[in-house]
Design a protein around this ligand. Structure first.
Ligand SMILES: [Zn+2]
Ligand SMILES: [Zn+2]
Ligand SMILES: [Zn+2]
Length: 231
């Protein structure tokens, strides 16, 4: 848990301001990432404060530019950058801490901003509000084309969510959904072939080939799942 830079009181997960002295803290970057600030060569505006965003170089793997509002400390990431930063920041998570993840769901959004739709800093169209992963409790704003906006505190919350195994839980669920879909599909297939057997007169010729293709399909799905687990 980071401490207030003004009075050293601990700052709770779902807050960006100190409960004791009221100062606002940069819980997303300060003490977490080393960065340098640059003048932005693009005219991007903060979707909340409508001031110009500043470019920040996090220097991950060479240069790693994101944009930040100096007023509200919100962050804008080009497509794929947020995922890359999270991967870089949080490594070696092998366990899912379900009770901790449950808390994330309950803590809700970090943002002090009322849940309204805001404009994309690049193209000024309204962004979509999307849930980031299962139970992260973080709702981010996304322009499909230009990237995602995170209010102050949300990056920290996403990092903590990943440390608690949130992303692992996402993968686990994706696999469960795949398995369920496979079982459903198998049931449908069986129903269909049973239906065929009652109406059709010749079943002996078509039974074997359909079994074979089912088996091949299952086999390739299992391979895909195994590949996914390795990743
Ligand atoms: Zn303080
Ligand atoms: Zn702002
Ligand atoms: Zn856009």
């Amino acid at each position: 848990m980071p401490n207030c830079t003004n009075c050293s009181a601990p700052i709770p997960l779902n807050a960006v301001s100190c409960d004791y002295c009221g100062s606002r803290n940069d819980v997303d970057l300060k003490g977490v990432h080393y960065y340098t600030t640059h003048e932005s060569d693009r005219e991007r505006l903060c979707p909340v404060c409508t001031v110009h965003l500043r470019t920040i170089d996090l220097g991950i793997g060479g240069k790693f530019f994101i944009e930040r509002c100096e007023e509200c400390l919100g962050l804008f990431f080009d497509p794929g950058e947020l995922e890359a930063l999270l991967e870089q920041s949080v490594k070696n998570v092998f366990e899912i801490n379900r009770s901790r993840l449950e808390l994330f769901k309950l803590s809700g959004q970090t943002s002090s901003r009322v849940a309204t739709y805001v404009k994309c800093p690049t193209c000024a169209t309204m962004m979509n509000r999307i849930n980031f992963g299962a139970r992260s409790g973080v709702v981010i704003d996304r322009c499909k084309e230009h990237g995602v906006w995170l209010d102050a505190g949300e990056l920290r919350q996403l990092c903590e969510w990943m440390k608690a195994g949130g992303q692992l839980l996402d993968k686990e669920r994706a696999e469960e959904r795949k398995k369920e879909a496979m079982i459903l599909e198998e049931e449908r297939r069986q129903n269909r072939s049973q239906g065929g057997a009652t109406t059709g007169s010749d079943t002996s010729g078509q039974f074997d080939p359909s079994m074979k293709s089912d088996h091949d399909l299952l086999d390739s799905v299992f391979k895909a799942v195994r590949f996914f687990i390795k990743l």
